[in-house]
Design a protein. Structure first.
Lengths: 327, 333
């Protein structure tokens, strides 16, 4: 399954993982300083999953995301300034300050939105895959979901319908072992891959901390889906370093579990590989500093952004003025 | 011009929309091979093929959610929820996804989807196959809700709903499917949000939609025999609703009755009564009166359902009460 990436390819994946990690670390500090309104759910620890999967996608492909969706957005290529401006609640945000962290979307790059409803993105991705199929676009849709969504009925409906219609859809599970505050073993009696077998959907488990492994598995499955073989399931075993939300004291997790989660760091896995390939530490640091500078510029621009306009928001409940009176 | 049944007018609107636009697709439970439980989609799969007219499993949440995703992907899906009661299973997709995407994503996208679903009693279908739940949907910013009362409007409003960039819930009425009306060879378009005057009158305004339009027309005919000229306004669309048309009528009649088959409490009538009271309090010669179903589930047995469903007699009585209202009358609890 492992396909050797060359130095440049792996450096490019590493760069996107660093972009996600540093962006979320920056968001964590901004949240602590009171600059981020609302809730913030960080994906630190699972960067290799969106990066490995999105690297296997093409420009016209689409992804539906979750409440822990910053990595999916950045890996799919949303504009970084628009990303930070959105999460800080600015007019210049991707969603003009109407959605925030839980609803970052950029339809121009096929990012159909983070989602506040656990499992909510699954049928959206299925519908997007249907559109790819009917329009013969050659595109594939990816439904990112966490292990928490495995107990939502809509997952089971979607597995069934995607299999019946042989849709070009990748079910990409980020299994971090925690459904909000509860461990997976108390939440889900089945195994996702076994469930895939029940529906006749090919299913593979992969180390979600190894971007090369994720990329290789995703490449094969997305090629199959694109080629008409129907839906695929990729279950990525990954870790949640932070709480369910920023500020979550995580009293439900013991120290050993947290230490285990941090023991496997996707960035360290890849930087070690890069060094083994002969990439110097200095070159890696230079790349990291450039990413950090881009993030700081985006944060600075977001801080200078305008407050969103209420009248413009009110005018956007519908696409255009309707004949009668709403409300 | 040909006489057409309500259900067949919907069938023709679907066929014409599919003929005109290859991005229109249909999916739902038993709509394709079987033609739907009320035969509304009969023949469409044969005409347009299994890719564009699809049977789904019994998975309402995914039917509605897939419609959102398909709409974001460039299609114009028209999906069917077999009975409006089952829309409970599709509410996340409608309320949290479809209704909000345009707003929540800063106007980046629209969700041009239509959910067709029949409401209404009269078939002894019982508490889970008879409900009129349209007020729930009208309460959600971002959704549009239309409820046509006759074949002409059913055709035109469905074409308008399919053309609309935003999600529209197209509410049919099971009791209307077999009713007949004229449908032009080239039907005139109707804009969503425009009411029509089903009968002109100067003494009282009866605002209705869907199957209640026929009841209101029967009531108006009975009242005419007593020398009372009631005006009947068919809302056609309840979100948005044609406030201007209602106010214009009330300015003439000074009396307003809102009637629907749905439960009275917290319903469409409550919203219209409140709004007209806010905007036209001094024009009103009497309080706005509501006619609707009692606050109970739709009962099954014939005698129970007959008593439960509001009809022409209830509307006639409400018009009389409104006309007889005295300024010093006390509200009876």
């Amino acid at each position: 399954m492992r396909i050797e990436l060359n130095q440049q390819e792996l450096l490019s994946l590493y760069e996107t993982m660093v972009l996600i990690r540093r962006s979320e670390e920056r968001l964590s500090r901004l949240f602590g300083d009171g600059e981020v309104p609302g809730f913030l759910h960080l994906s630190i620890g699972k960067e290799a999953v969106p990066v490995g999967i999105c690297a296997a996608l093409q420009a016209g492909d689409s992804v539906a995301s979750t409440h822990r969706g910053h990595g999916h957005a950045l890996a799919k290529g949303v504009d970084l300034r628009g990303f930070f401006a959105e999460i800080l609640g600015r007019e210049e945000g991707l969603c003009r300050g109407r959605g925030g962290s839980i609803h970052v979307a950029d339809l121009r790059v096929g990012m159909l939105g983070a989602n506040g409803i656990v499992g909510g993105g699954l049928p959206l991705a299925l519908g997007s895959a249907l559109a790819h199929q009917v329009r013969r676009s050659g595109g594939v849709a990816v439904a990112f979901f966490g292990d928490g969504a495995m107990s939502e009925g809509v997952l089971h409906e979607c597995l069934n319908l995607a299999a019946l219609w042989k849709l070009p859809l990748l079910f990409a599970c980020e299994n971090n072992g925690w459904s909000e505050f509860s461990p997976l073993m108390r939440q889900f009696a089945a195994q996702l891959c076994a469930l895939g077998n029940a529906f006749g959907i090919p299913a593979v488990q992969v180390d979600g901390s190894d971007v090369e492994a994720v990329r290789a598995a995703a490449n094969a499955m997305i090629a199959s889906a694109r080629g008409g073989a129907g839906p695929q399931i990729l279950e990525c075993r990954t870790f949640r370093w932070h709480g369910h939300y920023e500020g979550d004291p995580q009293k439900y997790r013991d120290a050993g579990d947290l230490a285990d989660a941090r023991s496997r760091d996707s960035l360290l896995v890849s930087s070690a590989r890069l060094e083994a390939m002969g990439v110097t530490t200095e070159r890696i640091r230079t790349l990291e500093r450039a990413v950090e500078a881009r993030i700081e510029a985006a944060v600075a621009a977001a801080r200078l952004g305008r407050a969103p306009d209420y009248a413009a928001a009110a005018a956007d409940v519908y696409t255009r003025a309707a004949g009668g009176t709403h409300g | 011009m040909a006489e057409t049944r309500y259900g067949m007018a919907i069938n023709r609107a679907l066929a014409d929309a599919m003929q005109a636009d290859s991005s229109v697709i249909l999916f739902g439970e038993d709509i394709a091979a079987a033609g739907g439980p009320f035969a509304v989609t009969r023949g469409l799969q044969a005409k347009f093929g299994p890719e564009r007219v699809r049977d789904t499993p019994i998975s309402e949440a995914t039917i509605a959610g897939a419609a959102v995703g398909a709409a974001l992907g460039g299609l114009k899906p028209v999906v069917e929820i077999m009975f409006m009661d089952f829309i409970t299973l599709a509410m996340d997709a409608l309320v949290n996804q479809a209704a909000k995407a345009h707003f929540m994503f800063g106007g980046q996208c629209s969700v041009p989807m239509v959910v067709r679903t029949p409401h209404g009693g009269g078939l002894n279908a019982g508490p889970q196959h008879s409900q009129c739940l349209e007020a729930w949907l009208a309460h959600v910013p971002g959704l549009k809700v239309v409820v046509p009362s006759n074949p002409t409007d059913a055709y035109a409003l469905l074409r308008a709903a399919i053309e609309d960039p935003d999600p529209v819930v197209f509410v049919e009425n099971k009791a209307l499917y077999s009713t007949k009306g004229e449908l032009a060879d080239v039907p005139q378009p109707v804009a969503i949000g425009r009411a029509s005057i089903a009968r002109s009158g100067s003494d009282a305004t009866i605002v209705v939609y869907g199957a209640s339009v026929a009841a209101a027309l029967n009531a108006a005919a009975a009242l005419a025999a007593e020398g009372i000229a009631a005006e009947v306004i068919d809302l056609r669309s309840i979100q948005p609703w044609d406030e201007r048309a209602v106010l214009a009528s009330v300015a003439k009649t000074r009396r307003l009755i809102v009637a629907h088959e749905a439960v009275t409490a917290f319903g469409v009538g409550a919203e219209i009564a409140a709004r007209v009271s806010e905007l036209a309090f001094v024009e009103l010669a009497a309080p706005v009166l509501r006619v609707g179903a009692d606050f109970m589930p739709v009962p099954f047995a014939r005698a129970l359902e007959r008593e439960y469903l509001p009809g022409a007699a209830d509307i006639t009585a409400a018009v009389r009460r409104c006309l007889d209202w005295k300024a010093n009358a006390r509200i009876k609890p």
